[in-house]
Design a protein around this ligand. Structure first.
Ligand code: ATP
Ligand code: MN
Length: 462
């Protein structure tokens, strides 16, 4: 007999049905000669209650069913007399796969802090919290593909190792096979990367956008969904050194189309979570109070507020809030400014458009005012920026001028300019940090708690 998942038993089981279930013991207790085990198998937030009568042979095995033990139980599905659960299993047989020492097992019944759980990254997915977070993450990942696939976008796989270092999106990790003790040096004393594996200085990618652009300029609408890396030394609750990014890129599209896509995408993801992850969100809402089903329902419906960067600056200048960083037209918005706009002024997601060209990447399309670019950032409460996007500069002259101004070396970029030489067309796209999305939906306050193995400065234990 195959093992059944608890999730499936709860949704489609029948009383009297013989079942085999495998999982990890959450709790065990005995009362009036009957043993009770709450078993979890990771498929759902719910545990399944196993009832072991004294007369059953399985009763002898109970002593090995400590919290954390992996077991298989065989028995019959029964209507449960207890409140809050539909079924329980009357157990006739128990097989112990692996016991867990009750003294040393780190996950005791009492609640643990998220900081402590980060120290035991290999066991924390067994907790209710991390089970919920990783199931929500999975639902969102699937929904990302569903959204784009239904709209005819083609999933493209852009490289993880790249030679282009010009994105200007923070520091890069070098990829090398040179002997770090004795790297070859050129005449000027610098490391000679022509002798390195690729014959060039190579890096881990910070974004798949530039490659996604050439794919959009041939396939039409494309998207990437893959890992990206940033070596910035930012020890914050919203930065990781390795994170997953979703980057759609659309040919024959402008900034309006881009914003519309982003909003529809966001609302779609909220709807999918309500459809498939409601019990996990309900758990997180109850214990952490940073997410709520009601809030997600609103998000799934409501259009975002749109304001220009210039209007945002005016709004910030009006405020009586004491900001740490200065507010002035031409300076970038800091996280405190972003959160003031989302949390205090608009109380919801905000799209800020048309930033000064000096603070945005060279590839963003210059607006007719020649001071701002067709950029858009989507800011959400508690987190700040979750999406950064733009219409791309498709005019060769303007683009080369901006590259010169930003001192971008042309040597690795000729292919990028070719896209403007041969069949150039308006196009636009954005990048959504997947972990920031999961953070926003689950309400987890630290981004390190929404990815199984967080990478951050001085952090790579698991
Ligand atoms: P921030 O200003 O928040 O550091 P950014 O402007 O450098 O972000 P972009 O280069 O615009 O980020 O990247 C697109 C998206 O990727 C961001 O909107 C964000 O959701 C996500 N992102 C960027 N950096 C990180 C990071 N270090 N960890 C997790 N997600 C990130
Ligand atoms: Mn950005």
């Amino acid at each position: 007999m195959q093992r059944l998942r608890i999730k499936n038993i709860l949704s489609e089981g029948n009383t009297g049905q013989a079942v085999n279930i495998c999982g990890w013991v959450r709790t065990r207790r005995e009362s009036k000669g009957i043993g009770f085990i709450a078993l979890s198998d990771g498929s759902t937030q719910e545990t399944l209650q196993l009832v072991v009568p004294e007369a059953s042979q399985a009763f002898q095995k109970l002593i090995h069913c400590n919290t954390g033990a992996a077991i298989k139980a065989t028995g019959l599905l029964k209507e449960s007399p207890a409140q809050g659960q539909r079924f329980e299993v009357e157990v006739s047989g128990i097989e112990i796969f692996g016991d867990a020492d009750p003294v040393s097992y780190p996950l005791q019944k009492k609640g643990h802090t998220l900081e402590f759980l980060r120290e035991i990254g290999h066991l924390r997915p067994r907790t209710n919290t991390f089970g919920a977070v990783f199931r929500v993450r999975n639902i969102l990942a699937e929904a990302v593909h569903e959204f784009f696939q239904c709209r005819g976008f083609i999933w493209v796989h852009t490289p993880i190792i790249t030679a282009s270092d010009c994105e200007g999106a923070g520091d890069l990790f070098t990829v090398t096979s040179l002997d770090l003790q004795k790297p070859p040096k050129g005449d000027n004393g610098d490391i000679d990367f022509t002798q390195d594996f690729f014959g060039k200085h190579a890096y881990l990618t910070v974004s798949g956008q530039l490659e996604a652009e050439f794919l959009a300029m041939s396939l039409g609408d494309v998207y990437t969904f893959g890992p990206t890396f940033r070596a910035e030394n930012s020890n914050t609750s919203r930065h990781l050194s390795e994170f997953w990014m979703i980057e759609p890129e659309m040919a024959f599209a402008d900034l309006k189309d881009d914003m519309q896509l982003a909003e529809e995408f966001f609302r779609f993801l909220c709807r999918k979570i309500l459809e498939k992850g409601e019990s996990d969100i309900a758990f997180l809402e109850k214990f952490y109070k940073n997410t709520s089903i009601a809030e997600l329902k609103t998000l799934a419906e409501k259009p975002f507020v749109h304001i220009s960067y210039t209007e945002a600056i005016k709004e910030l200048e009006k405020s009586k809030e004491k900001f740490e960083f200065p507010v002035k037209w031409g300076l970038d918005l800091q996280s405190e400014h972003e959160r003031y706009l989302t949390d205090k002024v608009f109380k919801g997601p905000v799209i800020v458009t048309d930033y000064p060209k000096e603070i945005k990447a060279f590839y963003m399309r210059l607006n007719p005012d020649e001071k701002t670019v067709a950029a858009m950032d989507i800011l959400v409460p508690k987190i700040g920026e979750i999406i950064g996007g733009s219409q791309r500069e498709e005019r060769l002259e303007v683009l080369t001028e901006r590259m010169r101004h930003a001192e971008i070396p042309f040597e690795n970029m000729e292919w990028y300019l070719d896209l403007r030489r041969y069949g150039s067309a308006p196009h636009a796209g954005f990048g959504l940090g997947f972990e920031r999305l999961v953070q926003y939906i689950t309400g987890m306050s630290n981004i390190r708690d929404v990815i199984p193995c967080p990478r951050a400065p001085q952090t790579i234990k698991f």
